[in-house]
Design a binder for this molecule. Structure first.
Ligand code: PMT
Length: 402
């Protein structure tokens, strides 16, 4: 069960009018048995009473950088105590201070001193949020691995309509549960995604319709579950999903193979979702081929990347393949499972008259392993990716090969 039990969460509260939502958040956190400590900024104390937070959190609320207890320096003590620092609501001012590394009060000093993860829940007027300075600060923080949750779009207390409202406490709790649900922590997972392009000449290539959506969804979910993800992507039109994802872009099957093999040695799980071109052109023409009545292109088979991975004798990862077919879906997949020596294969039907799963937002997958199978029925690729990762974790633990 995903739980916040005994998670040490430090709430850094600054002076936004959405501060009233913090009462409910503290109640939820305590209900989920998290241990809550609170630090308030000077402006937040003008908006709400310290005593109320003290009663709700059942602990002293801190606001003074010079407070000492048994000679403990409070900012260092709290910085080390926290599993997580939640800046909520976070004003443009505290965001700017954390981005710049300023340390002129207790909260900003703790943020500078901590090794704990910081999550920022912004809350401010939409013009303040959209301002290039705030956006620059947010970009800087994201680059540093700090998570920004929200804000929401909607009618603001000042009457403006736009982006800047603080997330509601129930959503924050939902996201926190997801955040702490990290069964793949310390796992390295490599995923290939998208098509490959096999060049005929500098302006032409052979390829397929793969959009990369299935592979990118899996990468996103794996990172959400705590994995260190290496995403090796063919040419696609997709942004790298947020999270701990190292993306390596490649064009051809040979480049994909090199990227995979160069980075495979420390992977626990390999997921081959890419639609690798089976063939490449034997004689790539370095200049554009002139139009002819008949053009014969000679093709040669590309190396089978996933087979090379599954045949590694040293540090072989758990290997999951995909199978795209238009008929005899399960039969072909079973054959590939055996021939390519995979641990699990995900079969999908890519015929035009089905759901056209390739280059589409939906898919349906048959998971087939050596002594069983399961259907993940038609759903959005993001949902399927979650269901698939859940099954991979179960199967990986059961097979316990590595
Ligand atoms: O990208 P989308 O638009 O979201 O579509 C997703 C998808 C349909 C492309 C995806 O779900 C999928 O099925 N990917 C695998 C497609 C495919 O190439 O299947 P295959 O049967 O040709 O290959 C079987 C397995 O061998 C695959 O894991 C493939 O990555 C791997 N392979 C194939 C050829 C090759 N030279 N090297 C390989 O590693």
């Amino acid at each position: 069960m995903i739980t916040l039990l005994k998670k040490r969460i430090l709430l850094g509260i600054s002076g936004s009018i959405a501060i009233y939502k913090v009462f409910e958040l503290i109640r939820y956190l305590r209900k989920k048995q998290a241990i809550v400590r609170i630090v308030m900024t000077k402006t937040s104390k003008k908006l709400i009473n310290k005593l109320s937070l003290q009663i709700l959190s059942n602990y002293k609320v801190f606001d003074d950088i010079f407070y000492t207890n048994n000679n403990n320096i409070i900012h260092i003590k709290l910085a080390k105590w926290a599993d997580l620092i939640l800046l909520v609501p976070a004003t443009a001012n505290i965001i700017a201070k954390v981005a710049l590394g300023l340390a002129d009060d207790l909260l900003s000093t703790i943020c500078l001193a901590t090794k704990a993860k910081i999550i920022i829940i912004p809350s401010m007027n939409n013009y303040m949020y959209k301002s290039p300075v705030t956006q620059h600060n947010i970009k800087t923080l994201r680059k540093r691995g700090i998570l920004i949750w929200g804000p929401n779009f909607g009618k603001q207390i000042c009457g403006d309509i736009g982006l800047g409202s603080m997330l509601n406490p129930n959503i924050i709790i939902k996201k926190l549960k997801q955040y702490f649900n990290t069964p793949l922590k310390n796992f390295n997972i490599m995923i290939t995604a998208g098509p490959t392009h096999e060049l005929i000449d500098p302006v032409r290539f052979i390829s397929n319709y793969s959009s990369g959506k299935m592979g990118f969804s899996i990468a996103y979910v794996a990172a959400l579950l705590g994995a260190n993800v290496t995403l090796i992507s063919g040419p696609v039109n997709l942004l790298t999903p947020p999270g701990n994802i190292k993306r390596i872009n490649v064009i051809s099957a040979l480049e994909m193979k090199k990227a995979v093999m160069d980075n495979i040695s420390n992977q626990n799980i390999f997921i081959g979702c890419a639609a690798v071109s089976d063939y490449r052109i034997i004689n790539f023409s370095s200049s554009k081929i002139a139009k002819k009545d008949n053009l014969i292109i000679n093709l040669i088979k590309n190396p089978d990347i996933i087979s090379e991975v599954s045949q590694l004798t040293k540090n072989r990862p758990y290997v999951i393949g995909f199978s795209a077919e238009t008929n005899l879906i399960k039969e072909h997949a079973r054959k590939k499972l055996i021939e390519k020596k995979l641990d699990l294969i995900c079969a999908n039907n890519v015929s035009k008259n089905r759901f056209n799963n390739i280059n589409n937002n939906y898919n349906e997958l048959y998971l087939i392993w050596h002594d069983g199978e399961m259907l993940l029925s038609l759903n959005k690729k993001q949902v399927l990716a979650k269901q698939l990762m859940k099954q991979i974790i179960i199967r990986y633990e059961k097979d316990n090969k590595h």
